[in-house]
Design a protein around this ligand. Structure first.
Ligand SMILES: Cc1cc2nc3c(=O)[nH]c(=O)nc-3n(C[C@H](O)[C@H](O)[C@H](O)COP(=O)(O)OP(=O)(O)OC[C@H]3O[C@@H](n4cnc5c(N)ncnc54)[C@H](O)[C@@H]3O)c2cc1C
Length: 391
């Protein structure tokens, strides 16, 4: 039987980054995914600033830019008659928003994991765990040819997404669950020059950002209560959302052309699962999934990987120390994600209360405050840095 220090199940933002970091720390790592890459996945692709900072520190932001991912340097936020507009704030050498196609980003992360020494096997589906005396000691999988195989590891990482098989196999408890609040549809447009744009009205949110191949991604969010109706005629609902929420964008879109199929989902699940146990740990959507409206999932996955590998450090070979490190990771993950989870649920209400309109009007009159507000929108999680002007 093969033996690794770490087996990571799932090879996208959470799994590939975790595999890369464990391999860079000198561990023997096996990274598995049931699909073949390059492979696309549902995502509006925007990487928040903390995620960009990590990509940069890992030496991968420059490589991402070299793939043709365009830097988007202006941002606007429009709610009814109020529009805030400005430059994307520069910080630590990052002065743009990036929204890479997922088949580019995820492959780049896998490449980086392999360069660091991780072994990557695609088209391998994990369907069981090995356990001894209540401790997870490895995985069972089906190889690309359908043959069963077993791999042992000191640590098994479940990075297999929202509907995590690994969470079920580990017996991870559901710790918090909230009802889905939105559904989302998005499409790609050519000849639609755009900055990073967000439009809101009660019941609708539109997000716009440039991506690879000179395409612009335009996403529309609706209340979950409308999902059945929206799913019946998504293209019609999507265009109606554009016209009624962002008429100026809809006019630009009339001169442009939509390419590829419209993608969408109503599975905007909101939950926290227990993140670790004896010999196992969950990262990314497997451990916590929240409404995608704030678009922080990729960035959050990177931060969880960094915290997990930082927490384990060189203690992987000492069972008691490893278990303590996993518990430290679990606490730190909760502290990191809980405010973002609450913020996502708040945004997912798709409400525009009068107080927000008053506040926006107030800061719109002061360009410096408007830029500070927009910088919070890009970083999203550092609201403490924004101090409102005195009236
Ligand atoms: C509509 C929508 C829009 C979004 N927009 C954004 C955005 O703008 N910005 C942002 O940051 N985030 C966004 N997200 C969220 C983001 O995509 C995820 O949070 C992020 O990609 C987390 O990735 P992950 O690696 O945890 O899981 P996933 O991306 O789900 O990857 C899991 C991997 O595990 C593999 N796998 C599953 N089961 C097995 C198994 N049994 N054996 C082997 N492999 C397995 C799968 O094939 C898959 O490749 C959006 C999500 C949605 C749905």
């Amino acid at each position: 039987m093969e033996f690794y220090d770490v087996v990571v199940v799932g090879a996208r933002s959470a799994g590939a980054s975790t595999a890369m970091l464990f391999a860079r720390a000198g561990y023997r790592v096996l990274l598995l995914d049931r699909v073949r890459f390059p492979s696309d996945t549902l995502s509006t692709q925007h990487i928040h600033r903390p995620g960009l900072r990590l990509l940069k520190s890992w030496g991968l932001l420059g490589r991402l830019v070299e793939t043709g991912c365009p830097p988007v340097r202006r941002i606007s936020y429009t709610v009814r008659d109020v529009r805030l507009e400005g430059r994307v704030p520069a910080e630590e050498g990052i002065d743009a928003v990036y929204a890479p196609r997922r088949y580019v980003l995820d492959s780049l992360l896998i490449e980086a994991a392999v360069e660091a020494g991780a072994e990557f096997r695609e088209a391998c589906t994990v369907n069981g765990v090995l356990a001894e005396n209540g401790r997870v000691t490895g995985v069972r999988l089906r190889t690309p040819r359908g043959a069963p195989a077993e791999v042992r590891a000191r640590l098994v990482v479940g990075a297999d997404g929202m509907r995590s098989t690994m969470a079920g196999l580990f017996g991870a408890r559901m710790e918090r669950e909230d009802a889905p609040m939105t559904c989302a549809y998005y499409g790609y447009w050519e000849r639609l020059p755009a900055q990073f744009e967000v439009y809101e009205r009660p019941g609708r949110l539109i997000g716009v950002v440039g991506t690879h191949d000179e395409l612009t991604l335009v996403a529309a969010y609706f209340p979950q209560s409308e999902f059945v109706a929206v799913r019946r005629s998504p293209a019609q609902a999507y265009l109606e959302a554009l016209r009624t929420t962002a008429p100026e964008l809809a006019a630009r879109a009339d001169m442009a052309g939509r390419v590829e199929r419209l993608r969408g989902t109503g599975s905007q699940l909101n939950f926290f699962r227990q993140a670790c146990g004896s010999g196992w740990v969950l990262v990314g959507d497997a451990g916590c999934h929240k409404d995608s409206i704030t678009g922080t999932g990729i960035s959050d996955a990177f931060e969880q990987s960094a915290r997990l590998v930082g927490s384990v450090g060189d203690e992987l070979h000492d069972t008691a120390a490893l278990d303590a490190a996993l518990l430290r990771y679990e606490t730190s993950r909760r502290q990191l994600l809980e405010p973002r989870y609450d913020m996502a649920l708040e945004s997912a209400k798709l409400q525009v209360p009068d107080e927000r309109m008053d506040f926006l009007r107030w800061i719109a009159s002061d360009p410096e405050s408007a830029e500070a507000f927009l910088s919070v929108a890009v970083s999203h999680v550092e609201a403490g840095r924004f101090s409102a002007p005195t009236p």
